[in-house]
Design a protein around this ligand. Sequence first.
Ligand SMILES: Cc1ncc(COP(=O)(O)O)c(C=O)c1O
Length: 443
Amino acid sequence: MLRRHIAPWVKRNQNAIPLRQALDLAQAGYELVRRARPNDHRPAVAGGWPVRLVPFPPPQPFTRHERRELRRAASSQSTSFFDGASVRRFEAELAARWGSRHALALSSGTASLHTAMMACGIGPGDEVIVPALTYVATALAVMQAGAKPVFVDADPSNWNIDPHLLEAAITPRTKAVIPVHIGGVACGMTAILAIAAKHDLWVVEDAAHAHGSTWNGQSLGTIGDIGCFSFGSPKSITTGEGGALLTDDPELYRRARMAMNLGECTPEGQPSLDLIFFEPETRLDYVMVGWNYRMSTAQAAIGLGQLARFDAIRRARSTSGAYLREHLARIPGLKPQEVTPGCDPCYYTFPFEVQGDASLSRGELLAGLAAERVDYRLWSNKALPSYAVFGGAGDFPVADRLCRNGIGFRVDPRIGRPELEAMVFATRRLLGAGRPGAAGASR
Ligand SMILES: Cc1ncc(COP(=O)(O)O)c(C=O)c1O
């Protein structure tokens, strides 16, 4: 009965406020009883009581902010992109908040990276340097533009592209580098900017994880020539699916705005999307191969709602990340991603590595966390270059190790103190207990 009917119903309705409050209350009561049980140090996989009775709340609920903006968009009586005011407002608010001259709303983060490549004029015969540890989209966007991604291994401290290895990967064909700020932690931008300037490379930041993170007081995504953001569903700002591109350069903006709208412009080269309306005699021109990467009115409305509460989102993510850093760093065998000097991170997820001397492998720890009903996120299980689409070759030992041993804990605003304590307690209990039957597995 519970499994067949009640559990699926609870899962479907977890976001409803009264039910959520009841579930939180049930968890608090369970917690009191669990803690009162003397000397039960057994993890759930070994027959102990799971840390959580109630699963973590689902991330990314609609709040009154998103509903208000969606209602506002609906009452404009136009679903059109062209006269849909939400898209233009969203772009204006992104530019203002991030301190960038131009913002372009797009249909996804991948679309923003591909559009950035097109804006920079990157195409067949060109090479673009990308990290070996990133989401597949970073390197695929380079290939979508007809260019070749050249991979560079990760820095073991902050998991980002290792600037010490960058120069060796540059050839006469190299046109750009895409630093990816993994987890919301800044890449070594001082070295990357210096090398890019020396070799005349575009710097296209992949800031898909880095909304709200800063480096030396400047927002990530506004440091290079172009910054690319994803608003996919797990991201720190979400529009369900979506993305954006930021730049201060008017020419990069002009080309990007044409490229994401099928290359359409006036005979003077003004992107048609910048026209408020078409004069009857306006003739349109097509001067480049473009794509339809337009963001919809409804997506932009959700984005406006997210921006309205982004200060709170940012605070929650930073505070939860700081809590996890403090407590996970004390557990033997775990090593959190280090923060680059000068960076104030707004974490996407909180990344840490299960090291070789831990009492459990990552797989064993993940199985244990699942039994405790503690949520986690994973990256790729392999370094990107080892996938067939990229040729499957190369030696990227650091990226490979981090992919095999990395775990990300949730830090979205639905994660409160009870969930954070559950993550730390469950991890400590599992690693403290070690492998069943192993020496030292006494606790
Ligand atoms: C580092 C990175 N770059 C790019 C993307 C692509 O974004 P999207 O899924 O919106 O296309 C993602 C998505 O997760 C990502 O993690």
